[in-house]
Design a protein around this ligand. Structure first.
Ligand SMILES: [Zn+2]
Length: 175
């Protein structure tokens, strides 16, 4: 079955039954003991780990959603890159941590980067899956850190505890 066929059939089955085998949310549903990313196609109870759900990845790009949990990202997200993005969508810190912990396809040679939406540019041309390939702003790529190293660990940590927003600060000073 060609890759696009799997997720299209998954969507058709979801429409017919009203059941989503891999819904957005946290914690992630599991199959065979492994957490399912939101963009992994699942058809008839079988996860297609090496494939991508094209419509969902496109939604991640258009709506700034996390590829692992399908929920909206904060203005600063993480991406995993080896020069090119491994998958062209952002992740929450907890979701990046989950991916780096359980996903065999992610190697320690890869890099972790903190990005805002404006740091990502669609690449022109090429074959057209429903989603766009993204290019990272050079400065962001320059600040990317090897997965498993102390700088990447700090990125995950910093991301875990975002700075207080102005509204929070105001609450604190008023109370
Ligand atoms: Zn997430």
């Amino acid at each position: 079955m060609p890759p696009s066929e799997v997720w299209r059939r998954q969507d058709a089955a979801e429409q017919a039954t009203g059941l989503d085998p891999c819904p957005a949310g946290w914690p992630r549903p599991r199959l065979y003991g492994l957490p399912l990313p939101w963009i992994t196609p699942v058809l008839d109870g079988v996860p297609y780990w090496t494939q991508i759900h094209g419509r969902r990845l496109l939604r991640c790009q258009q709506q700034w959603l996390c590829q692992v949990c399908g929920l909206v990202l904060s203005p600063c997200a993480l991406v995993i890159t080896d020069g090119e993005l491994v998958t062209d969508a952002g992740l929450h810190h907890r979701c990046a941590l989950l991916s780096l912990t359980v996903c065999e396809g992610l190697s320690l040679r890869m890099l972790l980067a903190v990005v805002a939406r404006t740091d990502l540019y669609p690449l022109p041309g090429g074959p057209s899956p429903p989603w766009r390939r993204w290019r990272l702003h050079a400065a962001v790529l320059g600040a990317a850190a090897p997965v498993g190293g102390p700088a990447a660990a700090r990125m995950l940590q910093e991301h875990q505890a975002p700075p207080l927003t102005a509204a929070h600060e105001q609450d604190r000073t008023q109370s």
